[in-house]
Design a protein around this ligand. Structure first.
Ligand SMILES: *Cc1c(COP(=O)(O)O)cnc(C)c1O
Length: 461
């Protein structure tokens, strides 16, 4: 199994190399050269298996020789052992033919734990074998950083540094980063915005001396290994609802297009998915693109579903690659136009995309109203991201079962939930002492040299 870049100019890599590299050197994203397929009989045989067993069977063909069966099996077991629900990703009925897939039972209460916990284990296994160490640096507006700190804490061959904007993440999100006690995990509070944090991260990757010296590695959502881990719950959910004998649709609260791209992979692998519905908040570049063909940036307006506040969706490049017949030169050209403000998706490519994807958006008022309605009519407390999904799904309910992904626990965004319902959601019992745990973080100025110095000094200790 080899991985190729969406821009066609970087060398093909193995799974392990792809995972440790992240972004391709030509600026593209890695995708499998060919997709493994599962037959209806193989899909039917997943019924009744544990989440871990399904994870093994679905992901194994993507790994090639990078990991042995035993290594991979152990990584999966360790990755999901800390989840607070035996099913890992339980399904719950919301309405007639409408189900909620709860993806918030991981250690940081958002779906990002599914992928981050697994790649923490895969990184550690690969590095322990080669005797190497890497430094993971990430920038976060909240959920990615806490998931990464949790996943890499205490691993012997990895140091992790997370830059987050000082004073601009929620209390729960901050504490999930700053209360990690292990010495290899570092929360850095930058005096700036999320965009500043992300810009300094890019600067570090472009500073090749520093990059090579500390062996910088990235774990943002363009890492293919992260996307792959998210394919699994599309299979468990669809099989629970009757696949392969019955079709299922999914609605996915979307920001960077990573989670829904995993659903697209599941469909290409043979899972009978009728429709993949992209649900956006008022930062609706994807909904506009799928409606009109114009993929044009408008800047970001903050919302009550902050993990979906994006300017452009980086993983969208992966479906564009397929929609343009895997023409890397064409994709590179589109991405060039995007840097200048946007591009128009060709009619042929748009029709290809619309064969798989539908879309909708929820305004702030509609999101709040959905949180209130779900509480009153369905007895369900939704986080604002999940509420965007449930709102958009209403237009697509019918005879095919619809699964909406619940991407975070309501207690992670208590202010928005309380404003809509009057109820302040409580943290799950295993996390109830989060506000008593001691915090540890380092304030850093928005300055590349000082941030790099701090990382070098921390690594030297
Ligand atoms: C990251 C995130 C999303 C968006 O997922 P993408 O893969 O970026 O589309 C939605 N909801 C929550 C709670 C998130 O943390």
């Amino acid at each position: 199994m080899r991985y190729i870049s969406t821009r066609g100019q970087a060398p093909a890599l193995t799974f392990e190399e792809t995972m440790l590299t992240g972004l391709a050197r030509d600026g593209g994203l890695y995708v499998p050269e060919t997709l493994p397929r599962m037959t209806p009989a193989e899909i039917a045989a997943l019924a009744g298996l544990s989440y871990e067993e399904v994870a093994f069977r679905v992901m194994r063909p993507f790994l090639g020789d990078s990991f042995t069966d035993a290594e991979f099996g152990e990584c999966i077991t360790r990755a999901y052992a800390g989840f607070g629900h035996a099913a890992r990703a339980p399904l719950k009925q919301l309405q007639d033919n409408h189900f909620l897939l709860e993806l918030f039972h991981g250690p940081t209460l958002a779906f990002k734990d599914f992928a981050m916990q697994l790649i923490g284990q895969l990184f550690q296994t690969a590095l322990a074998r080669s005797g190497e160490r890497v430094t993971i640096v990430g920038a976060t507006s909240g959920d990615t950083g806490s998931a990464a700190m949790e996943a890499f804490r205490g691993l012997s061959n990895v140091d992790v540094f997370i830059l987050y904007p000082h004073g601009r993440v929620s209390d729960v999100q901050r504490r999930q980063m700053t209360t990690v006690a292990e010495a290899n995990a570092h929360a850095l509070a930058i005096d700036g915005t999320f965009d500043d944090a992300q810009a300094r991260l890019k600067d570090m990757f472009n500073d090749f001396t520093f990059r090579d010296e500390v062996r910088l590695a990235g774990v943002n959502s363009i890492n293919f290994a992260r996307v792959l881990a998210q394919v699994v719950y599309y299979f468990t959910a669809a099989v629970a609802l009757g696949a392969p004998h019955r079709k299922v649709s999914f609605t996915v609260p979307t920001g960077n297009f990573g989670d829904i791209f995993a659903g697209y992979l599941a469909k290409r692998m043979g899972l009978p998915i009728e429709r993949l519905v992209v649900a956006t908040n008022h930062n609706d570049i994807l909904h506009r693109a799928l409606s009109s063909g114009d993929y044009v940036t408008h800047g970001v307006t903050p919302s009550i579903s902050p993990s979906m506040d994006i300017q452009v969706s980086s993983n969208f490049e992966r479906v564009l690659f397929d929609a343009y017949g895997r023409d890397g030169v064409a994709v590179a050209q589109l991405m060039d136009e995007l840097r200048r403000g946007g591009f128009h998706i060709s009619q042929g490519a748009l029709e290809t995309l619309r064969a798989d994807f539908a879309s909708g958006r929820a305004s702030e008022a509609q999101t709040s109203a959905m949180i209130a309605r779900a509480r009153a009519e369905m007895g369900e407390l939704l986080c604002p991201h999940s509420a965007v999904g449930v709102h958009v799904a209403q237009d697509f309910l019918g005879t095919t079962p619809m699964v909406t992904l619940a991407t975070a626990h309501p207690a992670k965004f208590p202010d928005a939930v309380e404003a809509a319902t009057g109820l302040r959601p409580a943290l799950p019992p295993r996390m109830a002492d989060l506000f008593e745990r001691p915090e540890r973080m380092t304030r850093v100025p928005d300055d590349l040299t000082q941030i790099e110095t701090l990382i070098r000094e921390a690594l030297a200790k």
